[in-house]
Ligand binder design. Structure first.
Ligand code: C2E
Ligand code: MG
Ligand code: MG
Ligand code: MG
Length: 280
């Protein structure tokens, strides 16, 4: 009886595993096809200067519609990384984003571009070259591009990564630490890699004005960032109270649904027109 139950449990487990493997293989195949059929798109989320409310940059965010279903980046970036598809995908993202932003700058709108990097992208042999190529093809000046990395990428055996990022920085490209404060060795990367910017993780910003510890931690990160001469960006601003506190703390820049949602290039076009009119 026990044996029978145990056997059945193994069978159920195996069937479950099987379904999971099939799902992952299907996803990998779909990703490959999506890349060939150009199913990926970019959205851009404005980042504003908190003192003046002016848009200083946009962050490129990849979007995938799998048929009529939207798949969030957090669901397909892992599999894309595992299969290596992240490398061609990231090269496309970088080229496309540089091209769009260079066009906005050509209309005399002074904005920068932030692009997220993935680990496998940075370690791929063509990384440094593909970044330079995206810049030269689009005409975007290196100083207008910020590359975002997360702390985890800079912790273990990161010498090669740090050396590649340092090379890019010596070309004038800016570096940012994304999701700052969530890693276990928050300050270590700042010692190993010269960066220009830290982006405070939304988990801190979420507690602003509601949670004393998170408010204090946010204030501390802003001060630390400024003491280190860095631009400090707060991410995930959703409530007016958060915006007010960040302004009062002297945080440099802000990003979040309250300020602006990620939008297609056409949305940025109209934002640019209003923006250029208001400064004309
Ligand atoms: P991230 O780089 O930290 O990007 C910010 C994420 O927060 C974006 O989610 C954005 O839509 C979302 N967000 C912005 N403001 C708010 C807000 O006020 N409230 C809330 N709840 N969310 C807000 P998204 O686009 O789903 O991207 C998630 C993550 O996936 C990104 O986090 C980044 O790590 C990764 N990712 C996105 N696009 C790319 C890409 O092109 N390349 C790579 N390598 N990673 C990407
Ligand atoms: Mg980011
Ligand atoms: Mg982030
Ligand atoms: Mg993130």
């Amino acid at each position: 009886r026990a044996k029978e139950l145990g056997g059945r449990r193994v069978e159920v487990f195996a069937a479950h595993m099987h379904a999971d493997v099939v799902r992952r293989l299907e996803l990998a195949a779909d990703l490959q096809r999506a890349l060939l059929e150009k199913q990926f798109a970019l959205e851009f989320q404005p980042i504003v200067d908190l003192a003046t409310s002016r848009v200083t940059a946009v962050e490129a965010l990849v979007r995938w519609w799998r048929g009529s279903t939207f798949v969030p980046p957090e669901q397909f970036l892992g599999p894309a990384e595992d299969t290596g598809l992240i490398v061609p995908l990231s090269e496309w993202i970088l080229k496309e984003a540089c091209r769009e932003v260079a066009a906005w700058r050509a209309s005399s709108w002074d904005i920068g571009l932030s692009v997220n990097l993935s680990l496998r992208q940075i370690t791929s042999p063509s990384f440094v070259e593909s970044v330079s190529e995206a810049l030269s093809d689009s005409g975007l000046p290196p100083s207008a591009l910020t590359l975002e990395v997360v702390e985890e990428m800079l912790v273990e055996d990161a010498e090669e990564i740090i050396s590649r990022l340092s090379t890019l920085r010596s070309l004038g490209i800016r570096l940012a630490i994304d999701d700052f404060g969530t890693g276990y060795a928050s300050l270590a990367p700042l010692r190993q890699l010269p960066v220009d910017m830290v982006k405070i993780d939304p988990s801190f910003v979420a507690g602003l004005g509601q949670d004393e510890t998170l408010t204090l931690l946010t204030r501390t990160i802003v001060r630390l960032g400024h003491d280190l001469g860095l631009i400090v960006v707060a991410e995930g601003i959703e409530r007016p109270e958060q915006l007010e506190l960040l302004r009062e703390m002297g945080c440099t820049r802000g990003q979040g649904y309250l300020v602006a949602r990620p939008m297609a290039a056409r949305g940025v076009d109209s934002l640019m027109r209003t923006s250029l009119q208001s400064t004309a």
